[in-house]
Design a protein around this ligand. Structure first.
Ligand code: CA
Length: 292
């Protein structure tokens, strides 16, 4: 089955990423990593507000106590969008100034997981970290090249994770009570010609919706069998991530990038960097919030 995503907002992002649905206000946070901006998009008015952050921003998540948590190049921060105040919490990679934080998301217990990547994109010196609710940082996975999509199964016993250049999705046994992960295994292999797995979200049936960088699509996979179930065609080559939104969590918002595309390619993709939307016919899981 192939669905088609429509343009929702012509954001002209350089590296649009990290869509995070705010169910309280029915708005979408997202980031432009390379423009160093957090964005807040309101589908009701189709308007967008940006916040300048002065360094690359990999991920933004909601905080239950108010405001957001951010993974910036220089570590974990709290952010109050009303006063635009940043509060530095911790940087686990002061020894790796050529790394930056990339994709991140909260788990069902409200811990903030975010991974890093080398700016060169060729070394495996990235890691996946977990910011616990007591604000301690824990290194969970090492040897990562481009840390990307994260998702937790509806039964909250499995964590899925993407290191993009590997072109696979791996799964871990996940302990919600402690945040421990174990028994890593490959569950999905992206077929040749479909690009690289990037950000992802999970639906209420436990199926993964994975943005395919250089694949011009979002694919729906069954992580229990590895089977590709459906695709959403996107009119740009570099969709980057997706999240379920809308009051019934039945809309899929898709971010995209225009970075490092030639002028010739960009001329063929005038919507590159836009935010797209699709009704995939299934409800999504919730966007978890940071509980610390
Ligand atoms: Ca990404």
């Amino acid at each position: 089955m192939t669905l088609t995503a429509e343009l929702e907002f012509d954001a002209r992002a350089t590296l649009g990423e990290g869509p995070c649905w705010d169910a309280h206000t029915q708005r979408l946070y997202w980031v432009d990593i390379e423009k160093h901006q957090l964005h807040l998009y309101d589908p009701a008015t189709r308007t967008d507000r940006s916040f300048a952050l002065a360094q690359p921003v990999g991920a933004a998540v909601l905080r239950k106590s108010g405001g957001l948590m951010l993974a910036l190049q220089q570590g974990f921060y709290g952010f109050d969008p009303d006063s635009e105040t940043l509060t530095h919490l911790d940087n686990p990679e002061t020894h790796l100034p050529e790394n930056r934080f990339n994709d991140g998301k909260c788990d069902p217990a409200g811990r903030f997981w975010a991974g890093t990547m080398p700016l060169c994109e060729t070394k495996d010196c990235g890691s996946l970290y977990m910011l616990d609710t007591d604000l301690t940082v824990h290194q969970k996975v090492t040897g990562v090249r481009i840390s990307n999509g994260l998702a937790w199964s509806p039964d909250e016993r499995t964590m899925y994770y993407v290191d993009s250049p590997t072109r696979v999705v791996t799964a871990f046994a996940y302990d919600k009570a402690t945040g421990a992960i174990a028994n890593r295994r490959v569950v999905i292999e992206i077929p040749d010609g479909m690009g690289y797995p990037d950000g992802m979200s999970i639906d209420a049936e436990g199926m993964l919706w994975i943005a395919l960088w250089d694949g011009a699509a979002v694919g729906r996979w069954n992580p229990l069998t590895g089977a590709l179930l459906a695709q959403i065609s996107v009119p740009v080559s570099r969709p980057t991530s997706c999240v379920f939104g809308g009051k019934d969590l039945d809309e899929l918002y898709i971010t995209s990038a225009s970075t490092r595309l030639s002028a010739e390619v960009l001329a063929q993709q005038p919507l590159a960097g836009g935010i797209f939307k699709c009704r995939p016919g299934v409800r999504g899981g919730p966007t978890w919030e940071f509980a610390g």
